[in-house]
Design a protein around this ligand. Structure first.
Ligand code: ATP
Ligand code: MG
Length: 244
């Protein structure tokens, strides 16, 4: 377990098999009036603790839209979406912000801040948690960077890291505060196949150790084997829910 000793913050673990995400009849549209275009139709999906679900589908099918809804980055319009037993349809901003603390985000364009070192980038995510002191945040950030193989790069700025190393900092940042759910949008798209494999293996290992759920969007067929289930979006409909 890549945790530093003496860490005060540890949200109670979700028991394995407990639902982290429950979606029923979710619909979503962009635009108003005549320009309104429905993007998601009657989405039903449950993701349990410890499960890795891969979401595939053609460009424009609604994958990122679904991920941002689950990630509390966009308001639910219609249907039911529960994250950690909290209904998001009708939820206020404070609830959304609160839930985001339990979610780790890994996006393709890793969104590292260029003026912060690797350690500061990871530490920043921990500073959202008022119960973690700056000293603890520093120790946790260093421990997480070591866990992803970047023990030598605490003080390196993103411009001096390779693509795979930057993606690992993003993973360390997403996992540092032990989220219950990880949302990853094409985390390997910018990586060669060997580095891409290393990155997903690492996500899988850390997620299993922490017992969190992962929803991962990918076009990369070489990493499908890490999934417990593959779901497929086609024109806004979830057309397949394949248990491996
Ligand atoms: N903020 C927005 N306003 C209006 N339309 C949007 C917005 N975001 C996405 N869309 C539209 O919604 C549809 C689904 O977009 P989304 O980004 O979810 O697709 P995707 O499956 O993630 O595609 P890709 O594989 O290319 O990333 C697209 O037609 C897109 O143009
Ligand atoms: Mg997308």
């Amino acid at each position: 377990m890549p945790t530093a000793p003496g860490i005060a913050f540890s949200p109670p673990a979700t028991p394995l098999s407990e639902a982290v995400v429950v979606i029923e009849g979710l619909e979503h549209a962009f635009g108003e009036g005549d320009l309104c275009k429905q993007i998601l139709f009657d989405i039903n999906l449950t993701i349990r603790a410890g499960e890795i679900v891969i979401l595939t589908g053609p460009s424009g099918s609604g994958k990122t839209t679904l991920l941002t809804l689950i990630g509390c980055l966009r308001s639910v319009q219609q249907g039911s979406l529960q994250v950690l037993e909290q209904e998001l349809n009708g939820a206020n901003k404070a609830t959304q912000i609160q839930l985001r603390r339990y979610i780790g985000y890994i996006f393709q364009a890793h969104n590292l801040l260029e003026f912060l070192t690797a350690r500061q980038n990871v530490q920043m995510a921990l500073e959202l948690h008022p119960q973690i002191s700056p000293k603890q945040a520093k120790t946790m950030a260093e421990s997480m960077l070591s866990a992803v193989g970047l023990g030598e790069k605490f003080h390196t700025y993103p411009h001096a890291l390779s693509g795979g190393q930057k993606q690992r900092v993003a993973i360390a940042r997403a996992l540092a505060s032990h989220p219950r759910l990880i949302l990853a949008d094409e985390p390997t798209a910018a990586l060669d196949s060997k580095t891409g494999r290393e990155v997903v293996d690492l996500m899988q290992k850390l997620a299993q150790e922490q017992g969190c759920a992962i929803l991962l969007v990918t076009h990369d067929h070489r990493i499908l084997d890490i999934a417990d289930r593959i779901v497929h979006l086609e024109d806004g409909y979830l057309v397949q829910d394949q248990v491996l």
